[in-house]
Design a protein around this ligand. Structure first.
Ligand code: GLN
Length: 296
């Protein structure tokens, strides 16, 4: 390592200034310094009153290393090992995508649909591509009677999600599956934040520390969304909803795919920035056999 610090004692304020010089945001520098000191992120008030406190040499060295990694683009969540999502503190690392606040839009929409008349408290919910478990665990925490199944193709991601479920004591069924491949039974609600970034998207270099298989989905970024929309009706209860997160410019394409597949009540929801970020619809009515008056 060439990043060893000279043996001088830094105060907290000096260490924060050094990190700003490397290009770190003030908040990121504060959160990393607290982490290096073994303190929770909620202790920012402590920093404000300890400008002149000398940093122990080990903490100073660790903070310096973390600052260099942050300056090189590593997500803050990976460096501190956790990210808050829907009020849950989730452990995350390079095996899973960092949960985004935008995805809380999907959770809120899901909770609204689950509150509809006729949906049992113990409704079956499926989260496809669960990653850290964020969506599945947020739903289970808010509606503990739900029967939640969380699927991921990556055993690494499932290990992270299962550890989060364990830590928060939220019993969720985990299943390794490439989308619906190993999924059985019908669900009242299916939610997914699948990969939706185009293979050649210019934003990808900024996301290089996150698992690419959780991010990209073909030339137009719609490959996985297409597959899910195609296969979902066979796994939904009559009137069941499919709710999907997608890219900032994909709402129209996703709504069209849903309509083409026969979904009803197709609509979108905006994220915190006002961008249509999720789209969904109700399961298409079953095709009635020609001689039957009773089906459906
Ligand atoms: N929202 C993420 C981003 O664009 C992408 C997440 C995803 O592909 N599901 O940074």
């Amino acid at each position: 390592m060439t990043d060893a610090l000279p043996v001088t004692t830094l105060t907290c304020a000096q260490a924060l200034t050094a990190a700003r010089t490397l290009g770190l945001e003030r908040l990121d520098a504060q959160l990393l310094l607290l982490h290096a000191l073994g303190k929770p992120g909620a202790d920012r008030a402590w920093l404000l009153t300890h400008d002149t406190t000398p940093l122990p040499g080990e903490a100073a060295q660790y903070f310096h290393t973390l600052s260099l990694r942050r300056a090189a683009g590593e997500p803050l969540a990976y460096l501190v090992g956790s990210k808050e999502f829907f009020g849950l503190d989730l452990q995350v690392d390079g095996r899973v995508l960092v949960p985004r606040p935008d995805t809380e839009t999907l959770v809120e929409w899901a909770l609204q649909q689950l509150a509809e008349a006729g949906i049992p408290a113990s409704a079956r919910v499926l989260d496809l591509g669960t990653g850290s478990g964020a969506i599945a665990l947020a739903l289970k925490k808010t509606r503990p009677a739900l029967d939640v199944t969380a699927v991921d193709a990556s055993s690494d991601a499932l290990a992270v999600a299962a550890a989060n479920a364990q830590q928060h004591q939220l019993p969720v069924h985990f299943l390794q599956s490439n989308w619906f491949k190993n999924v059985n039974g019908l669900f009242h609600l299916i939610v997914s934040n699948p990969p939706y970034v185009a293979d050649a998207d210019p934003h990808l270099p900024a996301l290089r520390h996150e698992p690419v298989e959780a991010l990209t989905a073909g030339k137009d970024g719609l490959d996985d969304l297409r597959r899910i929309i195609e296969q979902a009706p066979a796994h939904l209860q009559p009137q069941g909803w499919l709710l999907l997160e997608h890219g900032y410019d994909q709402a129209r394409a996703v709504c069209e795919l849903l309509q083409q597949r026969g979904f009803a009540d197709v609509q979108s929801r905006a994220d915190l920035a006002g961008i249509p970020r999720c789209s969904g619809g109700r399961r298409p009515a079953p095709v009635l056999p020609t001689n039957s008056q009773t089906a459906g």
